[in-house]
Design a protein around this ligand. Structure first.
Ligand code: SF4
Length: 352
């Protein structure tokens, strides 16, 4: 591991000022950054430890019914917050689908948004990787790429975004509150992550030194609470990143879909909102056929980036299944293995 300066600021302005220096990296839960530093993929000169900044570990309900989640709230704490899980069950289900219990206890919601791709070539310094080393090439193009992207990729990078949590966040119009050297601003989570294009090394819209201080989920997202599911298909049910995942959230009134929110994970370099598929369901009576049609629309632009054509059909299938399960209704008891296709509704009562 390289030598680095360790700084523990006591306020947000102090943290932002420290991180404005080139070569700085914020440290929160450390579940991603420290791994990358150990293998030499991340080599910050200054580590700004924000894990003890006051006020960022709270879940606050605002007067308009929206919720503000501090960026240092732990993934597990948010998933098991009863009011939060009742109001935004797909987000809780996604949180419980991610990583392992130990990691969920340590990882923060802010860090979850900024975690790096799990492309194995990104993690192997011996390989060519435009994201890690701009202009060096992309070994995944001709390599092991069955888990890579089928939407939004470019010739310069075909990696997928690894987060489960971000998938319902983009579907429900969550917003990131940011503070940086130029002041405070907000970024929709759907606009936070960039597609690779010709510069995959630039992964988000954050500027140098900017810090995500909170997430806000709008009150309007609560209308989907009765019909919302997050499903994740992975190669090892206990603990693995998504091969594909999907969130389906429906607002149903009088037997008709008033509004649908759909997004996919594991298929693109960013969490992928399926706007056309959502539009196809507005005002229709929910049916297996309508859901299958929406799933086709969601993947209409998909194309394999390697040995991964199977992911397109898989993503269609999981989205249609998520829609059918959402129509049945949000379970009040979280499945024992959350989001496993094979699980039953006999797990922890997380939303009690
Ligand atoms: Fe790097 Fe992206 Fe290619 Fe993976 S897919 S090797 S992250 S450039």
């Amino acid at each position: 591991m390289n030598r680095f300066d360790y700084i523990r600021p006591s306020s947000i302005p102090e943290a932002v000022a420290s991180a404005a220096e080139p070569g700085s990296a914020y440290l929160a839960g450390g579940t991603n950054l420290l791994d990358l530093m150990k293998v030499g993929v991340a080599r910050p000169e200054r580590v700004i430890d924000i894990s003890r900044l006051p006020g960022l570990d709270r879940v606050e309900w605002l007067a308009d019914g929206s919720v503000r989640v501090g960026s240092l709230v732990r993934n597990a704490d948010l998933a098991y917050d009863a009011r939060f899980a009742r109001t935004f069950p797909a987000i809780a289900e996604a949180l419980l689908s991610g990583a392992s219990a130990q990691l969920r206890n340590a990882a923060t919601v802010g860090g979850n948004l900024l975690q790096q791709t799990r492309c194995p070539y990104f993690h192997d310094r011996a390989g060519a990787c435009n994201r890690r080393s701009p202009g060096s090439g992309c070994d995944a193009r001709e390599g092991e790429n069955r888990l890579h992207a089928v939407l939004g990729w470019s010739e310069h990078c075909i990696a997928t975004h690894p987060s489960d949590f971000c998938v319902p966040l983009v579907a429900l119009d969550a917003v990131a509150e940011v503070q940086g050297p130029s002041g405070a601003r907000e970024i929709a989570v759907s606009a936070l992550h960039r597609l690779p294009g010709t510069s995959p090394e630039r992964e988000t819209e954050l500027e140098a030194g900017e810090l995500i201080v909170a997430l806000r989920i709008p009150a309007q997202a609560a209308v989907f609470a009765r019909h919302a599911r997050y499903l994740k298909l992975r190669e090892r049910t206990s603990y693995a990143f998504a091969v594909v995942s999907a969130v389906a959230a429906l607002d149903i009134e009088g037997g008709v879909v008033r509004e649908a929110r759909l997004a996919l994970g594991g298929v693109a370099p960013k969490p992928w909102r399926a706007y056309e598929a959502e539009a196809s369901l507005m005002g229709v009576r929910p049916s297996t056929r309508a859901f299958a049609n929406a799933a086709v629309l969601a993947l209409a632009q998909a194309r394999p980036s390697g040995d991964n054509a199977f992911k397109i059909e898989l993503a269609r299938g999981i989205l249609a299944r998520a829609l059918n399960l959402a129509l049945e209704g949000t379970p009040t008891v979280m499945p024992a293995l959350p989001a496993s296709l094979f699980s039953t509704n006999t797990g922890a009562n997380h939303a009690a």
